[in-house]
Design a protein around this ligand. Structure first.
Ligand code: AMP
Ligand code: GLY
Length: 421
């Protein structure tokens, strides 16, 4: 199968890595890719937001499957354009991607489908904002209604800061605060059949101990030894399937990857958000554990044949991903610095630990930083303790001036699991 992946982050590197190891994949292309993806796929330049250009590229490459990674092209209708040309495409339509593109729309679908989520108000005026903030009290949760690359949400005890974020965003969703651990659960769906993947946990805050601002995600691990073994089934029945059914009922079926961001509260599971694509960095740990060849899964979703797919097979290994970010991320990042130690990790840490590139580019033989989240290191091991050791040992070999990473990814879960065994 000839496959074209659209995007150029660590998520796309993880997808391309898995596809490059998949015997059914005869040719692997990525646009625009990055310096790391170039090692496993042929790169092409394309405006990823231009559906006609992506379709033309897919036709020229004779692609039999197009996988659209990021949310912006999905919300922009790129998957519709590819499908209209008769090419199987993994990723929801423009209308279905609104589950991520508009938090207000997602709330409306959840209400119609009876999916448990935080109570919320959609607000546009300062008066509405004050009323909603007052109704819920602190801590305040204020969300930009539109796409904001994981940075549109402010959770704060400071009323002035909550008001200021609402004013800066324009249209916001203000909602009740959800306590309890967060879980990311992904499902692959063709619009009818829903196949959940293994759950993962993401670390959204920039600094150790969940301090600092929200980011796109600073690390992840899977499995979740502390989670109820029934969690995946429960969420499939109460969240994923009802949402997919409701989208089909509206005549805008959702096919592709449905990402449920969940809070496990004292009153039960609640949806924090939906995304319409694989999460980053959770994808890195989930795909590290998937044994079923990825192309078969994505192609079945893209061609409405998921019901015929054999049950997914998973490794018992644990996986941990640590993101290495540029100085000043999630603010405007410092870029253009050389990244050293990549060859060392490839030579000495593989196959248990490897680097997935995000914001990198190659210039005159050197790999340079080119974004906020620069790369992530993923490692597997018999348990979280071993996977963590391998991940952090590889992170220690990477040198990038000014870079930052959290030192506590999966630490609590690894300790708790080790204490029990
Ligand atoms: P979102 O972009 O909606 O996933 O929000 C980003 C992060 O903000 C989440 O991963 C949570 O850590 C936090 N967050 C969002 N909504 C809530 C909420 N209702 N209660 C508590 N924390 C929240
Ligand atoms: N890791 C969070 C996201 O992908 O949105």
């Amino acid at each position: 199968m000839k496959v074209l992946v659209i995007g150029g982050g660590a998520r796309e590197h993880a997808l391309c890595r898995s596809l490059s190891l998949d015997p059914s994949v005869t040719a692997l292309h990525c646009a625009p890719g990055n310096a790391g993806i170039a090692e496993v796929a042929e790169l092409h330049q394309v405006d990823v937001l231009d559906g006609a250009a992506v379709t033309a590229l897919a036709q020229r490459l004779d692609a039999e499957l197009v996988v659209v990674g990021p949310e912006a092209p999905l919300v922009g209708g790129v998957a519709d354009a590819v499908r209209a040309a008769g090419i199987p495409c993994f990723g929801p339509s423009r209308e279905a991607a609104e589950l991520e593109g508009s938090k207000a729309f997602a709330k409306e679908v959840m209400a119609a489908a009876g999916v448990p989520t935080a109570r919320s108000y959609v607000c546009t005026t300062p008066e509405e904002v004050d009323e909603a903030l007052d109704a819920f009290g602190a801590p305040y949760v204020v969300k930009d209604d539109g796409l904001a690359a994981g940075k549109g949400v402010v959770v704060t005890g400071d009323l002035a800061a909550a008001r200021e974020h609402a004013r800066a965003c324009g249209r916001v969703v203000i909602e009740e605060y959800l306590d309890g651990p967060e879980v990311s659960l992904f499902a692959v769906t063709d619009g009818t059949t829903v196949v959940p993947l293994q759950p993962a946990q993401d670390f959204k805050r920039a600094l150790d101990g969940d301090a600092g601002p929200n980011t796109g995600g600073m690390g992840a691990y899977s499995p979740l030894p502390w989670a109820d073994p029934k969690l995946v089934d429960e969420v499939t029945q109460t969240v994923l399937k009802p949402t997919v059914d409701e989208m089909a009922r509206r005549g805008t079926p959702f096919s592709g990857l449905l990402y449920a961001g969940l809070a496990i509260t004292s009153r039960g599971v609640r949806v924090i958000e939906f995304n319409a694509r694989f999460g980053d960095p959770e994808t890195q740990v989930v795909l590290a554990r998937l044994r079923t060849p990825l192309s078969a899964v994505l192609h079945a979703a893209a061609s409405s044949t998921l019901a015929d797919l054999d049950p997914l097979r998973w490794s018992d290994d644990a996986a941990v991903t640590v993101v290495v970010a540029a100085e000043n991320y999630p603010g405007k990042p410092r870029t253009g610095d050389p990244i050293d130690g990549l060859a060392e990790v490839a030579a000495e840490a593989a196959p248990h630990a490897y680097v997935l590139h995000a914001g990198t580019r190659r210039e005159d033989g050197a790999v340079l930083s080119a974004g906020g989240r620069v790369l992530s290191v993923t490692a597997t091991g018999a348990d979280l303790v071993e996977a963590r050791e391998r991940a952090y040992s590889a992170v220690g070999r990477i040198r990038l001036d000014g870079s930052q990473h959290r030192t506590d990814i999966a630490a609590t879960a690894a300790e708790a699991a080790a204490g029990r065994s």
